[in-house]
Design a protein around this ligand. Structure first.
Ligand code: ADP
Ligand code: ASP
Ligand code: MG
Length: 450
């Protein structure tokens, strides 16, 4: 098949990554066991997220501990209940849960949850779930062992909360070769050069799966979710969204970068560079084909391939005092964004002004820093929409069609632009009009026959 790597191993080796919902409770974990059992002949390396909601609970616990409330009992009770419902030893996780409790108490004593300490706390989510899944596999007759990626050699830089993995120096692969049974590896986690645990950013387990796929030269990376593959839009927002059977890495990277939760934006890169096919499959419907993501999709394609959205955005505009040349002004704006580690998109650049869409949580800090560069204004309660498609067809009418749909519906469009590679049209709308915007665009491009 075009764009797919030839089989590297005989028998093949695959990575199977299960997201938070796919390991959300005892019934979900049992389903994971069956899905893995169904592919034992392909030497699976399993990668898991924390049970759904646990990462949020751990983040809240870390911040509550810094404020004086170091209670991790609810998290412990949730894990014991999952073990009990699976018929496993309820005390299996007690040593790790005791460590977590002690860490939270330490945070309370110090009164600060630094990014490094928050990552250490978050790590318990995946460390616990990997042990649950490994135990569930073993008890159902599939020998398995939990593997902590951070001790197995998944090295990262020291950007706690959004660490970037470094290429495997062979250590990870050798570590896995020594594991007896199916390795169940923690997603989301690595360690920096000092051995401190790092996390790869929210939804980072997809990234872990892709990195592990490259480290072991996998023949295929499977990302198992609660949806039947990548859809034309978020199925939670658009009932008519349809699964896409074959998609290019570039399209999925665009989708992810505009905020679609379906795959971590960085997950595509390692798989794409190494030509490893990536599949998005549905844990609840293992027989469904899901989506295969490859280098190039052959054959004629429609103008629009998918629509992504992200809510919780704000627009920040900075207008230069015109005392500095345009290139110096732009240089300062973008240097400042880099200094703050602020992801942006879309961006509208004028002669002496720049408007930037950012996550609402960044807006206050950004306005404060921009104040030194010129006059600042902002629009809150926005959402960002990204229409992803074929550059040639967007150029010749597709973009105009997008804007016509919006103007016919009386939806105000801000900060609009064709992406630098021509494959996206992105803009901001009022958050209150987000659902209408995505549904109307979806109807126009995927449901009408023209
Ligand atoms: P997991 O944590 O299991 O890896 P997530 O919940 O993070 O999975 O991501 C899956 C969710 O992504 C789906 O339930 C769906 O609501 C959302 N999503 C957003 N855009 C899309 C899309 N284009 N196709 C499929 N799912 C999407
Ligand atoms: N558990 C982490 C999160 O909730 C990582 C992941 O699920 O991919 O973001
Ligand atoms: Mg997730």
């Amino acid at each position: 098949m075009a764009g797919e790597a030839a089989g590297l191993h005989d028998p093949p080796v695959i990575v199977m990554k299960f997201g938070g919902t796919s390991v959300g409770g005892a019934a979900a974990v049992r389903q994971v066991v069956e899905v893995v059992r169904g592919q034992l002949d392909r030497q699976p390396v399993v990668v898991v997220s924390a049970h759904a909601g646990v990462t949020d609970a751990l983040a809240a616990a870390a911040h509550a501990a810094a404020e004086g409330d170091a209670d991790t009992d609810a998290i412990a009770a949730r894990h014991r209940a999952i073990l009990r419902d699976l018929g496993l030893d309820e005390e299996l996780l007690d040593p790790l849960l005791a460590e977590l409790r002690d860490l939270a108490r330490g945070v309370r004593l110090v009164g600060v949850a630094s990014p490094k300490v928050v990552d250490a706390m978050l790590s318990y989510g995946e460390r616990l779930s990997a042990r649950v899944v490994a135990a569930a596999l073993s008890s159902s007759g599939v020998p398995a062992a939990a593997v902590d990626a951070f001790t197995a050699g998944l090295r990262t830089d020291s950007s706690f909360g959004r660490a970037r993995p470094l290429p495997d120096d062979g250590r990870f692969r050798r570590h896995l070769e020594r594991v007896q049974g199916v390795p169940v590896v923690t997603g989301f986690l690595g360690a920096d050069e000092h051995g401190d645990i790092t996390t790869l950013g929210r939804n980072g387990s997809d990234y872990s799966a892709a990195w592990i796929g490259v480290a072991i030269a996998a023949d295929e990376i499977q990302i198992w979710k609660d949806v039947d593959g990548v859809h034309t839009a978020d199925p939670r927002l658009v009932d008519e969204a349809k699964p896409i059977r074959r998609m290019s890495f570039a399209d999925v990277a665009d989708l992810a970068s505009f905020g679609s939760r379906v795959l971590h934006p960085a997950a595509m890169v390692p798989a794409m560079q190494n030509g490893i096919p990536l599949k998005v499959r549905n844990t609840l419907q293992p027989e469904a084909p899901g989506t295969t993501i490859v280098g190039e999709v052959e054959g004629p394609r429609s103008a629009v391939h998918a629509i992504a959205h992200r809510d919780g955005a704000a627009l920040v505009t900075v207008r230069s005092h015109r005392m500095v040349p345009q290139h110096a002004f732009l240089g300062r704006v973008f240097w400042l964004l880099a200094d703050m580690g602020c992801d942006v998109g879309p961006v509208a650049v004028g002669e002496a002004a720049v408007t930037i869409a950012v996550a609402a949580g960044m807006a206050d800090a950004l306005c404060e820093r921009f104040a030194g560069l010129g006059e600042v204004s902002r629009v809150d309660d926005c959402a960002v929409v990204g229409v992803i498609g074929d550059p040639a067809r967007l150029e010749r009418g597709g973009t105009a069609d997008v804007l016509t749909v919006l103007s016919d519906a009386g939806i105000a469009v801000r900060c609009a632009g064709l992406g630098a590679l021509g494959s996206t049209v992105a803009f901001a709308v009022d958050a209150a009009r987000l659902a209408d915007t995505v549904r109307l665009l979806h109807r126009r491009f995927f449901c009408e026959t023209r």
